[in-house]
Design a protein around this ligand. Structure first.
Ligand code: ATP
Ligand code: MG
Length: 424
């Protein structure tokens, strides 16, 4: 064991005792997004580095310091995807999807960012992304938020709050940026080092600084809302009205900006108070300029991504005692002949009752050891097969979780009995 290798820091194994929570989250997400007509798209995990530079922006945290970038054997610079929107937009352009009718797409998979690992922040993490291409109105922005609100209900999540804001067009943002920088230069000495650096590179990101002193200085700063163009303003007002209609609660957070360059107009985040500092479980917005920026024809787009580790952590906090559903049947097989017959019997049960979970004891051993295995599996019943049962054409059904007596069942009545007992 001394030299046993460890996983890479910030890259987690998801063990069998956790995976049922993941599956619950993934199955629920899939059911909800498909109920809104979204279709799955799968992209490669590796893309050309240039794709992320062109879409996410050169002066973002991701591109500046978080990407896993390497030269492949041909000398091409490749990057493990840090997020899915860029690859999704690339795939849509490449396959002409953006020339067709509106696309409602979703994807899931691992993303990679070289961040400082901590609770809720990892170097390999999973996202589900949902993107719409070809629709520009606030109706689809509202639909995405209704979808997420429904998803939280279906997952049984509480204490999630929605923050929304509008970034306007990139021209409006450009005008605002100039004013913001002018103001922040007057208080330059009072900014923290991070904000001073961002003033040169990506000043809008200072707005979501976590530093209290910086936040206090921002109270006096020009407000993005005052610079937003009329059309974006109308878009935002309609979005808010649609959310009111749908009964989706939200707060307008004028300091909400997203880390990535490609956003325009609507931006939003769903935040929980259950996870401490890493409380954003879902974030997104509109990115009308991205497709054109990547060489496609101008196509409006909106989407979001949620972090599955954070969703799973919330589920585990709400339901700390949740356990996996266990097996229904455990076949205890005494002797060589029964071991052979038992494998065939298990297959017959699975064929007749596909929803029943059957574990066949493998590896032989005595009665006591096999029953121990049956107990550990959590199975509701043991089916015991030995020489005597083989001879009489029966099988012994022994309830494991109740005080009920075992009973001998004729082989040709077994499926019927199991159907009744397991209520399937
Ligand atoms: P943060 O402000 O937490 O760094 P972000 O703005 O970088 O988030 P996005 O790029 O918008 O996050 O990703 C969407 C979601 O993916 C986040 O809200 C979060 O739930 C999840 N996420 C992002 N980075 C990580 C990470 N390193 N580890 C785990 N989950 C992450
Ligand atoms: Mg981040």
């Amino acid at each position: 064991m001394a030299n046993a290798l460890q996983a890479i820091r910030g890259m987690n194994d998801i063990l069998p005792e956790q995976s049922f929570v993941w599956q619950f989250a993934e199955d629920t997400i899939r059911a909800v997004v498909e109920a809104y007509g979204f279709r799955e798209i799968r992209m490669p995990v590796v893309e050309k580095t240039e794709l992320f530079k062109r879409s996410i922006g050169e002066v973002t945290d991701i591109v500046e310091k978080e990407m896993y970038t390497f030269d492949d054997r041909n000398g091409d610079s490749l990057t493990l995807r840090p997020e899915g929107t860029a690859g999704c937009a690339r795939a849509c352009i490449q396959h002409g999807l953006t020339n067709k009718q509106a696309q409602r797409l979703w994807y899931t998979g691992p993303m990679f960012r070289h961040e400082r690992p901590q609770k809720g922040r990892y170097r390999q993490f999973y996202q589900v992304g949902v993107e719409v291409f070809g629709l520009e109105g606030p109706d689809v922005d509202a639909e995405l938020l209704m979808l997420t609100a429904r998803l939280w209900r279906r997952l049984g999540l509480d204490r999630l709050s929605l923050q929304v804001n509008s970034l306007g067009t990139s021209e409006a943002r450009e005008r605002y940026r100039t004013e913001l920088v002018a103001y922040l230069k007057t208080v330059y000495e009072q900014l923290d080092a991070d904000s001073q650096r961002r003033l040169e590179t990506n000043p809008l990101r200072i707005l979501d600084s976590k530093n209290m002193q910086v936040q206090a200085l921002l109270e006096q700063a020009p407000r993005l809302a005052d610079y937003i163009d009329e059309k974006s303003q109308a878009h935002f007002e309609t979005l808010c009205a649609l959310l009111d209609d749908a009964g989706v609660d939200y707060d307008i957070n004028p300091h909400l900006v997203r880390g990535l360059d490609y956003y325009s107009r609507t931006v939003f985040e769903w935040v929980t108070d259950r996870l401490g500092a890493q409380g954003t479980v879902c974030a997104g917005g509109r990115f009308d300029g991205l497709v054109e920026q990547l060489g496609g024809r101008s196509t409006p787009a909106v989407g979001f991504a949620m972090g599955l580790e954070r969703l799973v952590a919330v589920l585990e906090e709400i339901h700390p005692d949740a356990t996996e559903t266990s097996a229904d049947l455990y076949l205890v097989l005494m002797g060589e002949a029964a071991s052979r017959a038992g494998l065939v019997l298990s297959e017959q049960i699975r064929a007749a009752l596909p929803q029943v979970e059957v574990i066949t004891h493998c590896g032989g051993g005595g009665m006591k050891a096999q029953f121990k295995g049956a107990d550990r599996s959590g199975a509701r019943y043991a089916l015991v097969l030995g020489d005597e049962e083989l001879e009489t054409g029966t099988v012994m059904l022994k309830p494991l979780r109740t005080g009920e007596q075992q009973s001998a069942i004729a082989r040709d009545e077994l499926i019927e009995t199991l159907t009744a007992r397991l209520a399937c």
